[in-house]
Design a protein around this ligand. Structure first.
Ligand SMILES: *[C@@H]1O[C@H](CO)[C@@H](O)[C@H](O)[C@H]1NC(C)=O
Ligand SMILES: *[C@@H]1O[C@H](CO)[C@@H](O)[C@H](O)[C@H]1NC(C)=O
Ligand SMILES: *[C@@H]1O[C@H](CO)[C@@H](O)[C@H](O)[C@H]1NC(C)=O
Ligand SMILES: *[C@@H]1O[C@H](CO)[C@@H](O)[C@H](O)[C@H]1NC(C)=O
Ligand SMILES: *[C@@H]1O[C@H](CO)[C@@H](O)[C@H](O)[C@H]1NC(C)=O
Ligand SMILES: *[C@@H]1O[C@H](CO)[C@@H](O)[C@H](O)[C@H]1NC(C)=O
Length: 643
């Protein structure tokens, strides 16, 4: 009876969610029921119906709200105004760096002055202004103020310098750049490469001789601007809000368009899916030029009225102190952050906080349980979703190791699927009639999302660069004549529909006829080397098949014992997985999102003419690492050195 009732309510929801006719919905359930043997269906049904219902409720709820905002021509600034009205004196932002605390009213006032100032200076709806500064309260007020008059902010990664920085400015077509005083040097370096008509505004006080000529100081100008609400630019929910640059692993950053509805949808799915509450306090230590920091985290303040604590930069040693001090209940993580936290010595404060949820992506399954038990964080809210992609997944029910799920009972309700793929080339494998082949549970496949341009919830807004957009879209995927977004990520689904990450392609290489997983080797080496940062990749050696393993190890104090390491290695890994080359360097470079940067190191390889760090090569006869100098290098190149 209960089951029949939940089945009925599921069908009802689904009809709301996808507008599918009854017979098709019922038909699909029956196909699965008989196709899989009734007992299996019953088991999967019982284990997943609660999760699926919650997922469906979340989708329907967000969808209804999107519809409402579309109808009412709302925008992110409008929704923010409603928060201000509800609780003007509630704390909106706390900047940990200075302790600056802004109420919703103060954030509103500041952004109004930004809007009024820019409008008076001639900036209009559709103009782009680049924002190049470190995390702070004003950062939020600046882009929000621009959005209030329809000016679109281009959020520039504050780690970029020179050519990459200039590239970002130029592809954004910005009319002006607002940069923080800490960016003065970087700005001076690229200034001569930029167009003369671009206006420059510096935020913060600094010596005028260190910044480009003609820079105007913004803070005093804002002080004298009006704080009344600016005139509404008449933008709608599907208009552009700002640009975020994706940190592609190869090539220059690409600008991805974020429209108001996408900002809303990403933040709302997280809010309802993970069961956030209006009294939660979010600890946001991620860069605000990135979607995790500015949408998933900051969106909770702007749209849902939560208090957000902004940290200038992630700090592993201060993390739990900050959480305790500001009574944070939700923390955000990304990339390697969780591992850095686990590497810290145990301290009392790490158990004396009120954090009930860690929200982010990239928590490795290998350290998941340890993270939960050591830091007493009951819920891990792992999600999957790139800024420009509409195939979000969320681990709504705290299932260890997974980054989301798709319903097994009614998989077509959410138009994502794992499709069979050649993992070396990432090309989709097609059946004889030309469409892609969906994976069965246990089979790895590329995650793709169907594109339905008319549905605002599912729009793909693409990149500024059209040819970059086209590269991410494939035709005839689910059926003939359709289009789908290619994520480029390989995942595996289990019997219950939980999705797990596989290594990104390119993260395995072949050596001596065996497949070596870089993540696995990295994990082992890091453990042997006292949790040092380790990056493993394959390099080509003339005259050998496949790629030889190379490990770059952060060794800031020159204390790695290469001999002991070689001995330990023998016990820990099979021979083919031993790194052939070692590079000891002061620090492994990381991206702004705390992922290791491999590309440059892979390019430099083991060439002592290019690499000035200490290099070693594994001498298999002696079973130890020997220094790799120019003479040894020449012997390797000519094939005289046996690897
Ligand atoms: C907010 O604070 C101001 C000044 O402190 C006060 O005048 C106002 O009534 C407060 N508003 C609300 C809604 O509490
Ligand atoms: C955190 O909570 C405690 C106890 O409820 C309170 O005394 C303290 O003022 C709070 N701290 C902040 C920054 O809100
Ligand atoms: C992805 O985007 C396209 C086009 O904008 C949309 O039609 C499609 O349904 C989306 N897929 C998902 C899973 O959201
Ligand atoms: C657009 O993308 C294509 C392919 O990704 C690239 O070759 C081209 O240089 C890009 N154009 C600009 C203006 O960045
Ligand atoms: C290595 O991976 C390839 C596919 O990428 C597979 O065909 C091959 O059988 C694997 N080899 C081993 C030894 O596992
Ligand atoms: C790390 O980054 C610095 C600064 O950008 C650069 O000079 C250095 O070469 C990089 N190191 C490696 C190993 O790529």
């Amino acid at each position: 009876m209960l089951r029949a009732a939940s089945c009925a309510s599921l069908l009802l929801l689904l009809r709301g969610a996808v507008g599918l006719p009854w017979f098709q919905t019922v038909g699909a359930v029956l196909v699965f029921y008989f196709g899989s043997g009734g007992w299996k269906f019953t088991r999967v049904f019982c284990k997943t119906i609660g999760r699926d219902l919650h997922g469906a409720f979340t989708l329907v709820r967000v969808k209804l709200q999107v519809k409402k905002h579309l109808r009412e021509k709302n925008t992110v600034p409008h929704i923010f105004s409603a928060c201000v009205k509800r609780h003007p004196n509630k704390t909106a932002l706390i900047f940990e760096g200075t302790g600056a605390t802004w109420t919703f009213k103060e954030l509103d006032d500041f952004s109004n002055s930004v809007a009024n100032f820019l409008h008076a200076e001639g900036f209009r709806c559709g103009d782009v202004v680049a924002l190049f500064m470190e995390n702070c309260n004003e950062y939020v007020g600046l882009w929000l103020g621009m959005a209030k008059i329809g000016v679109e902010a281009a959020l520039i990664n504050f780690n970029l310098r020179l050519d990459a920085l200039e590239h970002c400015f130029s592809v954004s077509n910005s009319k002006a750049v607002v940069f923080g005083k800490e960016m003065s040097q970087a700005m001076s370096d690229v200034h001569s490469m930029m167009g003369k008509s671009v206006r420059l505004f510096c935020f913060g006080e600094t010596d005028a001789s260190t910044i480009p000529l003609n820079t105007e100081f913004l803070a005093p100008l804002l002080q004298s601007a009006s704080r009344l609400p600016p005139q509404d630019p008449g933008r709608g929910f599907t208009d552009k809000l700002f640009y975020i640059y994706t940190s592609g692993t190869t090539g220059l950053p690409k600008a991805a368009i974020v429209v108001h509805s996408r900002y809303f949808r990403m933040a709302a799915l997280v809010f309802y899916g993970f069961g956030m509450r209006s009294d939660d306090v979010v600890y946001d230590c991620l860069p605000l030029y990135h979607s995790a920091g500015n949408i998933v985290g900051m969106g909770q303040c702007i749209l849902n009225g939560l208090t957000v604590v902004i940290k200038k930069k992630f700090s592993a040693s201060r993390f739990w102190d900050d959480c305790a001090k500001y009574n944070c209940t939700i923390v955000q993580y990304i990339g390697e952050i969780c591992r850095y936290l686990l590497n810290q010595p145990v301290r009392e404060v790490e158990a004396k906080h009120r954090v009930r949820m860690a929200l982010g992506n990239g928590l490795r399954p290998a350290i998941w349980q340890e993270f939960v038990s050591r830091f007493h964080v009951p819920q891990i809210a792992e999600f999957y979703g790139a800024t420009e992609c509409n195939c979000s997944l969320g681990n709504f029910d705290n299932n260890v190791g997974s980054c989301g799920f798709n319903s097994r009972i009614l998989p077509f309700v959410y138009p994502i699927r794992l499709m069979k793929v050649n993992e070396d080339t990432m090309e989709l494998i097609r059946s004889p009639d030309g469409v892609c082949i969906p994976c069965q549970p246990g089979e790895p496949g590329q995650l793709v999302g169907r594109i339905i341009q008319t549905d605002p919830l599912r729009r793909f807004d693409g990149y500024v660069n059209e040819s970059a957009t086209n590269k991410k879209i494939a035709n005839n995927v689910f059926k003939h004549g359709d289009m789908a977004y290619l994520t480029g990520d390989v995942l595996v689904m289990d019997e219950l529909g939980y999705m797990y990450f596989r290594d990104r392609t390119g993260d395995t290489f072949r050596w001596k006829g065996e497949n070596v997983s870089t993540t696995e080797v990295e994990g082992t080496l890091s453990r042997l080397l006292g949790q040092a940062d380790v990056v493993v990749y394959g390099v080509e050696v003339p005259g050998t098949e496949g790629r030889a393993g190379m490990a770059s190890v952060a060794d800031p104090n020159h204390e790695s014992d290469v001999e002991k390491f070689a001995r330990d290695l023998k016990k820990a890994l099979p021979g083919y997985a031993h790194p052939v080359f070692l590079r000891l360097l002061p620090e492994v470079n990381k991206t702004g999102t705390y992922k290791f940067q491999k590309t440059d190191m892979r390019k430099e390889g083991f060439n002592p003419h290019l690499v000035k760090d200490a290099l070693y090569v594994l001498d298999t006869q002696q079973g130890k690492y020997i220094p790799l100098d120019e003479e040894v290098y020449d012997r390797i190149q000519s094939g005289k050195f046996k690897l």
